[in-house]
Design a binder for this molecule. Structure first.
Ligand SMILES: NC(=O)c1ccc[n+]([C@@H]2O[C@H](COP(=O)([O-])OP(=O)(O)OC[C@H]3O[C@@H](n4cnc5c(N)ncnc54)[C@H](OP(=O)(O)O)[C@@H]3O)[C@@H](O)[C@H]2O)c1
Length: 298
């Protein structure tokens, strides 16, 4: 038996990229709430809600994973704000149990956190900067980070910037796919001018997470692209790159919309550490868009 990689949230955007690119190096154990039938001998599917503690524990007993990439979370910021019990159960309590299971089974954990742990007052955050989340989603992810770090010596917390791309498997939560659908219809798209980000493409991200799973890096690492810009500028550049009129993208302010949870203004991540320690390069926006389009054509 080869190295076994357990991936949570298989039906999600980031997990799809990880599993699609796992290649022959890993036998993948894919956990999802939805039925998983891939027909691929290297993917062992399990259908469960991660909150089913006994079943999750059984999966570890049965599969003895070498490494875990924990992507599953409720990543909808506004949903987390109004459904705090559910957000806590999925984002915090599940991570707690997974950390305990990783410790018991001596499995390495790669935990997917977020740039939203920062308050966005400064930007270009390095791994040592002190997080200060503005919304409940960010709070749950930060608490989960602490649990992972306290429980496990051999874990890495990967803080992801805004993730951009098309789902490599399944549907996934892709703003790019929604944006292109609007461009095709000629419908304008509003993009927040106040949110400055360092978007990372989902293909590079999948590769980086797999590299981290197979490495012995510990601590925290920021996985962000090499271009820092606001989301309105990003929308314009995407439209231009894909040959759509740039005026289909209109500026908005996400923190001026009533009833929405607060978003950090400048949550850009400094990717110097990732550039230094990973073989997978973090890309500029243009190169990332080229990679996304090339991968979609294959
Ligand atoms: N996308 C981004 O821009 C971004 C940026 C920064 C950080 N992140 C982090 O990266 C990770 C992956 O994000 P993503 O974009 O892949 O999110 P996503 O597409 O929404 O996928 C998350 C997955 O979590 C799983 N999940 C398990 N239990 C759940 C529950 N009770 N309710 C809802 N979902 C549940 C679901 O997988 P199943 O349906 O297979 O069960 C879901 O598809 C998350 O930890 C997120 O915090 C994402």
């Amino acid at each position: 038996m080869g190295k076994r990689l357990l991936v949570t949230g298989y039906g999600g955007f980031v997990a799809g990229s990880v599993v699609a690119q796992a290649g022959t190096e890993w036998d993948v154990i894919a956990l999802s709430r939805s039925p998983v039938s891939d027909g691929c001998v290297r993917i062992v599917p399990f259908q469960l809600d991660l909150r089913e503690q006994d079943r999750l524990s059984q999966v570890f007993d049965e599969t003895q994973p070498t490494a875990v990439i924990h992507t599953a979370a409720i990543a909808n910021i506004d949903y987390c704000e109004t459904n705090q019990d559910v957000a806590e159960a999925v984002n915090v309590d599940v991570t707690q149990q997974l950390s305990e299971l990783c410790q018991q089974h001596n499995a390495r954990m790669v935990f997917c956190s977020t740039d939203t742990v920062f308050d966005g007052t400064r930007g270009m955050y390095v791994e040592e900067d002190t997080p200060h989340p503005l919304n409940y989603y960010g709070e749950t992810k930060l608490r989960a980070e602490h649990i992972v770090q306290e429980q496990l010596d051999d874990a890495i917390v990967a803080r992801l910037a805004l993730v951009m791309g098309f789902p490599l498997i399944g549907a996934g939560n892709s703003f790019l796919a929604r944006m292109i659908a609007s461009f095709r219809e000629g419908t304008p798209v509003s993009m927040p001018e106040n949110e400055i980000r360092t978007p990372v493409d989902v293909v590079t991200l999948g590769r980086a997470l797999l590299e981290l799973a197979g490495s012995n890096h510990t601590g925290i690492i920021h996985l962000g692209g090499d271009t820092r810009l606001n989301r309105y500028e990003m929308g314009g550049q995407i439209a231009k790159h894909l040959g759509y009129p740039q005026d289909l993208v209109q500026p908005t302010n996400s923190n001026a919309m009533p009833g929405r949870a607060a978003r950090p203004d400048d949550a850009s991540l400094d990717n110097a550490k990732a550039m230094q320690v990973l073989k997978t390069p973090m890309l500029s926006l243009t190169k990332a868009l080229d990679l996304i389009l090339e991968t979609a054509e294959q």
